[in-house]
Design a protein around this ligand. Structure first.
Ligand code: S3P
Length: 427
């Protein structure tokens, strides 16, 4: 599918965005491992989270999906069944990594695979600690690439220092820690998103957090519950940046998750000079939520690095678009992780924006953008990466001619209604 976006002036209106992708995956998984029923409202019915649901169903969990409402009949910690076929994670790294943690604790054999992009993305970082806990993995490059075979078993708790701030890695270890006797301890170099910790505690696990260390007592009884998933700030981000760069805009995004481990985009947009208001702060269970109102300002370039990076890692492609229109230089560093996302997002940002007239210099761990640019428009490719597709669409809102995005169907991974939502704001 091709998506065409053209500048039509100010964006104005109120929108909601689909449920948070990270929280939706975790809600389905913890619901499956809990005792009793978990009802999830606002679940993201995008391709990634539905891949998690299908894998859990293959593991014997009864799940009814009705749009954004999920009913999960929990199997309990020890109720999963050996799947009779390969578990397909599609394009979803979160599905693969989180399930590796769960499967490590199962006394059976399973095999995980994914689409061509996911089969290229390194996974070795996750099997390593799980092997230390007692699970066995077999796969290409010594267990670095999908397809990965897992022989789970009786696990021992570990104390593990992760080499990078990765919520997927931390969560895989914590999920495996559910099946281990004793206390599993994970320490990260910087804090990554903490949805797993919050949700585990809400399901009844005993968990302590201090600085960037999480301790989990194994073999808890998890109790099914009702969960309302907040809107995904990583999806809202496209409209927040759009409103910040298109003169005269005023966009209100309602019901967005504003967990502080995810709000780096708000801090950066403010530092750049956009007007960002956080309204009606409240919470959906363990997660903070607010309505976000964004209007443009005189944007200036900023430096983005260090502990801020995990708080906005998925927003860097669209922040690159904001930087094109800011005065002065924007430097992104410490973001090497971008190279192993759905695509190499450092190369993709530079090469795809170049096709529509943008100039981005890449570095090993980020990029440098001199602001004040004008985009000619033209065609670019999503590279089958949903966040690239949407970032390019936002660039189209300030280009001199229409921007067409090839392979844009991948927006279904996280934001099936993206094009319609954008069109409404342009009316
Ligand atoms: C996610 C964590 C991040 C993020 C991804 C979702 C999660 O990845 O980029 O989109 O749900 O835990 P890493 O943990 O690999 O940094």
């Amino acid at each position: 599918m091709e998506l065409v976006v053209e500048a039509k002036g100010a964006l104005r209106g109120e929108i909601t965005v689909p449920g948070d992708k990270s929280i939706s995956h975790r809600a389905a998984i913890l619901g499956a491992l809990a005792e009793g029923e978990t009802v999830i409202t606002g679940f993201l019915p995008g391709a990634d989270c539905l891949a998690t649901v299908r894998c859990l169903q293959q593991l014997g969990v009864e799940i009814a999906v009705d749009g954004g409402e999920l009913q999960v009949k929990g199997a309990g910690l020890y109720g999963l069944k050996e799947p009779d076929n390969v578990l397909d994670c599609g394009n979803s790294g979160t599905t693969a990594r989180l399930l590796l943690g769960v499967l490590a604790g199962q006394p059976f054999f399973s095999l995980l695979t994914g689409d061509a992009s996911l089969r290229r993305r390194p996974k070795g970082r996750v099997p390593k600690p799980l092997q230390e806990m007692g699970a066995r993995f077999f796969g290409r490059q010594g267990g670095n690439l999908l397809p990965l075979a897992v022989q789970g078993g009786s696990l021992s708790a570990v104390k593990y220092k992760t080499p990078v701030a990765s919520a997927q890695l931390k969560s895989a270890i914590l999920l495996a820690g559910l099946f281990a006797e004793g206390e599993t301890v994970v320490t990260e170099p910087e804090q990554s998103r903490d949805h797993t910790e919050r949700m585990l505690a809400a399901f009844g696990a005993e968990l302590g957090v201090g600085g960037t260390t999480v301790r989990l007592v194994g073999r808890p009884r998890l109790k099914g519950r009702a969960i309302t998933v907040p809107g995904d700030i990583s999806s809202a981000a496209f409209f927040l940046v759009a409103a910040a760069i298109v003169p005269g805009s005023e966009v209100l995004v309602r019901n967005v998750g504003v967990n502080p481990t995810r709000t780096g985009i708000l801090d950066v947009l403010r530092r750049m000079g956009a007007r960002v208001d956080v309204l009606h702060s409240r919470s959906f269970g363990e997660e903070p939520v607010a309505d976000l109102l964004v209007r443009p300002g005189k944007l200036r370039g900023v430096e983005i690095g260090g502990p801020l990076i995990p708080r906005l890692i998925d927003e860097l492609p669209v922040l690159a678009v904001a930087a094109l229109f800011a005065a002065g230089r924007t430097v992104v560093r410490d973001a090497r992780e971008l190279r192993v996302k759905e695509t190499d997002r450092i190369a993709a940002v530079a090469e795809e924006l170049a096709k529509i007239g943008g100039v981005v210099a890449t570095t090993e761990d980020g990029f440098i953008i001199e602001g004040g640019q004008r985009l000619a428009g033209g065609c670019a490719d999503s590279r089958h990466d949903h966040r690239m597709a949407m970032a390019l669409a936002v660039a189209g809102l300030r280009a001199n001619a229409p921007v067409c995005i090839d392979n844009a169907e991948c927006v279904n991974v996280s934001f099936p209604d993206f094009a319609a939502t954008l069109a409404r704001l342009q009316e």
